[in-house]
Design a protein around this ligand. Structure first.
Ligand SMILES: Cc1ncc(COP(=O)(O)O)c(C=O)c1O
Length: 367
């Protein structure tokens, strides 16, 4: 079956590089190359200076796989596969799903997390949040059946900023464990919890029948590296993913591997810097919402770099967002790009020029 367009990516392709103020980006303010290199220890700097631009090891350079494994309890480097994050989703779904399989996913969501399953002829069920962007685990339980093959979750969640409590997370793990369901956990926004206590264990630390996805684009402010990783306990699954990867990128980009190594060795300060930007922008958004209740119902995110408030406009949300961008150069992402019917926009909280864009939006909505 042909795969449907990735609507959000098509929307970004139209506006991202033309708009002056990006109010919906999901990444955190990208780090400048020199700033990153200034953080490098002598060993990593040596790897960078002497890097030969050859093909690399298909599963990733050993030093990087070791650094990634250290970030998780009970994970060994041979359970780490370095991959572009979007590619990690693609090869996992292509490899592990078959026509007719039942898949349940958090929805709305990053489209490839369910669209590849749809293109393979899977039956896809949606685990949706309530009006306040909260996911109910009771609701998830009612969606799981004896036939469910895979559950796909994404917490902290794009686009709502929803997060599970530890007790809800434990219930999800028990549910998949009892039914032996394969769990795909997209943890691209992990480490961006506003309170450290809210950080959940990674799925790979508590459930073996799983795949965990993380990467450099959001929490580590380096989307341009196009690099991330999968953690998989089952060696047979890793080997199948690796074989499929021979038809996509074959191996990771060497420069991105070394730059990722430098960033991950300095992850604490990079994450702190991102959380500081997000915290300031959340305050600005809260004040904006108090001043403009006729326009917006702010639904505070629990974690991550995005939020999904309700907006009140006379026209369709997408029409409103397109007019805003055309008239002012400020870009907002409408909920329609998620195939979601409620009147929402995605707010990207990770950029340092957020305040400027918000001023432009305020002038527009007050006219
Ligand atoms: C939830 C989620 N998963 C995966 C990705 C893909 O990450 P990347 O753009 O680094 O490939 C994104 C990017 O926006 C995302 O939001």
């Amino acid at each position: 079956m042909p795969i449907n367009d990735f609507i959000l990516e098509r929307y970004f392709a139209e506006f991202e590089f033309a708009a002056k103020y990006l109010l919906s980006s999901s990444d955190c303010e990208p780090l400048a190359m020199q700033k990153l290199l200034n953080m490098a220890d002598p060993e990593a700097l040596g790897l960078w200076s002497n890097l030969k631009l050859s093909y690399t090891e298909s599963l990733g350079i050993p030093a990087l796989r070791e650094e990634i494994a250290c970030m998780y309890d009970g994970v060994q480097p041979d359970q780490v596969m370095v991959t572009n994050p979007e590619e990690g989703i693609f090869i996992s779904m292509q490899t592990l799903l078959n026509e007719g399989d039942e898949v349940i996913t958090t929805f709305p969501g990053y489209q490839s997390l369910y669209e590849i399953a749809v293109s393979k002829g899977c039956k896809v069920g949606r685990w949706e949040p309530d009006d306040n962007n909260q996911f109910s685990v009771g609701e998830l339980e009612s969606l799981l059946t004896d036939k469910t093959r895979m559950l796909v979750i994404n917490f902290p969640h794009n686009p709502t900023g929803a997060h599970l409590s530890r007790s809800d997370f434990d219930r999800v793990i028990s549910m998949v464990e009892e039914r032996n369901i394969l769990l795909f956990s997209d943890e691209m926004y992990r480490f961006l919890e506003y309170k450290e206590d809210d950080r959940l264990p990674s799925v790979c630390e508590v459930y073996k029948n799983s795949l965990t996805l993380c990467g450099m684009s959001k929490s580590f402010a380096l989307p341009g590296l196009r690099l991330g990783w999968l953690i998989v306990h089952d060696p047979e699954i890793i080997s199948r993913l690796q074989s499929y990867k021979d038809y996509t990128t074959i191996c990771p980009p060497g420069p991105s591997e070394i730059l990722s190594l430098i960033a991950l060795r300095n992850r604490k300060r990079i994450v702190e810097r991102n959380l500081e930007i997000i915290g300031k922008n959340i305050d600005l958004m809260e004040e904006f919402a108090v001043r403009n209740p006729h326009f917006i119902r702010w639904i505070a995110p629990k974690a991550g770099s995005v939020a999904f408030p309700e907006i009140f406009v006379r026209y369709e949300v997408e029409y409103f967002c397109r007019c805003l961008t055309k008239k002012t150069g400020a870009m907002l992402l409408p909920s329609s790009v998620y195939g979601y019917e409620k009147n929402r926009v995605r707010i990207g909280l990770g950029r340092s020029d957020f305040e400027l864009g918000l001023k432009v939006l305020e002038e527009f909505v007050r006219k």
